[in-house]
Design a protein around this ligand. Structure first.
Ligand SMILES: NC(=O)c1ccc[n+]([C@@H]2O[C@H](COP(=O)([O-])OP(=O)(O)OC[C@H]3O[C@@H](n4cnc5c(N)ncnc54)[C@H](OP(=O)(O)O)[C@@H]3O)[C@@H](O)[C@H]2O)c1
Length: 326
């Protein structure tokens, strides 16, 4: 039996509920492969799930994304062999581990020009940016796009991708220290949304036209302002709640602000089938190859320090993606 170091939670709450245990990993079951994991992607959903904001049944693992090497094949697995480098972002919770059994249909080969750490930093986040710029609202040249938390992991990729598509990108950040990172990621203008006049500043940056689309993953602190910053017939894509849940609204407000479209999308339904996962991953690899998606690893932590990684994200100390190394 293979030994694995595995994050396990017996209760939900602050980062100190994260424990690391040694576990026996059984051989891979039907349709599964066994991975020796080399890099794990931290994603903000890990905080929602650890804290109980998105409740999980206990005990539970944590994490959705990792990169690894195939060590063993279960019954019926075709198209993969021992030694292949693969990654996943929607194979069920439990990515915070040194080894894991994963359904083969959830795996995507890692292109040879992408390192394990970069793959773990980019996959979940770029798959999110991919559906946001290609499906939720198809960004085109000349569009005005607002990206909140533009120095964060998803935020940087989203801002850079929208810019590469020819949009004018207004990014927001929660503190002045992150302005440079958001600019570097591709924002034309960066506004500090901790300032009380941030909505006016964003509208001013658009030349008064407001945005065709606002990508809002911050929610509580930004959502009502996002409605103000959106041009008539524009789209508000509320895709996260880093500051807490968005305030409730009456649908009529969408009429008053100019027949706005409001959506609350998620990366999981966009990749629910093997075919969709492979197709969207190809779109991400194409975007990386064209230089549309650039990856900034903001911090690396050993898996043993997963608690510290969560604290760093919650303290908003990091610009760019966080990677855990098992
Ligand atoms: N719906 C989907 O499909 C999907 C998929 C992936 C990610 N997401 C969402 O995208 C967002 C970014 O995720 P990520 O993995 O890239 O995480 P991340 O790098 O940690 O980014 C989160 C950002 O939120 C901002 N923030 C605002 N209030 C915060 C608070 N109270 N605590 C911590 N951060 C706060 C921070 O930027 P400032 O300090 O500049 O404010 C931070 O950069 C999250 O809201 C996540 O839920 C959604």
């Amino acid at each position: 039996m293979t030994k694995a170091r595995v994050v396990s939670l017996e209760k939900l709450g602050a980062p100190n509920v994260i424990q690391i245990l040694d576990k026996d990993l059984p051989p891979p079951g039907k349709g599964e492969v066994q991975l020796r994991q080399t890099a794990i992607g931290f994603n903000f959903i890990d905080i929602y799930q650890r804290s109980g904001f998105y409740p999980l049944e206990l005990p539970t693992g944590l994490g959705h994304e990792a990169v690894g090497v195939v060590e063993a094949l279960g019954e019926g697995v075709t198209g993969l062999k021992v030694g292949d480098r693969v990654m996943y972002m929607n194979a069920g919770i439990g990515a915070y581990a040194s080894a894991r059994n994963v359904l083969a249909e959830k795996l995507v080969p890692v292109p040879s020009n992408i390192s394990d750490e970069v793959a773990a930093a980019v996959f979940f986040k770029a798959m999110t940016a991919q559906y946001l710029v290609q499906k939720t609202y198809k960004v085109k040249a000349g569009d005005i796009v607002v990206v909140h938390a533009a120095a964060g992991g998803v935020g940087q990729i989203l801002a850079g991708w929208a810019k590469a598509l020819g949009a004018f990108v207004v990014g927001t950040v929660g503190s002045s220290g992150k302005i440079a990172a958001a600019k570097q990621a591709g924002c034309d203008v960066v506004v500090d949304y901790s300032q009380p006049n941030w909505v006016e500043e964003v509208i001013k940056a658009t030349g008064g036209k407001k945005a065709n689309v606002v990508y809002d993953s911050v929610a509580k602190d930004t959502f009502l302002g996002s409605l103000e910053c959106t041009a008539p017939f524009g789209t508000v894509a509320l895709f996260g709640a880093a500051s807490g849940p968005a305030p409730e609204i009456q649908p009529e407000i969408l009429n008053k602000k100019g027949c706005l479209f409001l959506t609350r999308p998620s990366v999981f339904p966009h990749n629910a089938t093997h075919a969709l996962l492979q197709e969207n991953a190809k779109a991400v690899f194409d975007a990386i190859a064209k230089g549309y998606v650039k990856v900034q690893i903001g911090a690396k932590f050993p898996l043993e320090q997963a608690q510290e990684a969560h604290r760093a994200a919650e303290e908003r100390k990091v610009s760019g993606a966080i990677v855990l190394i098992p």
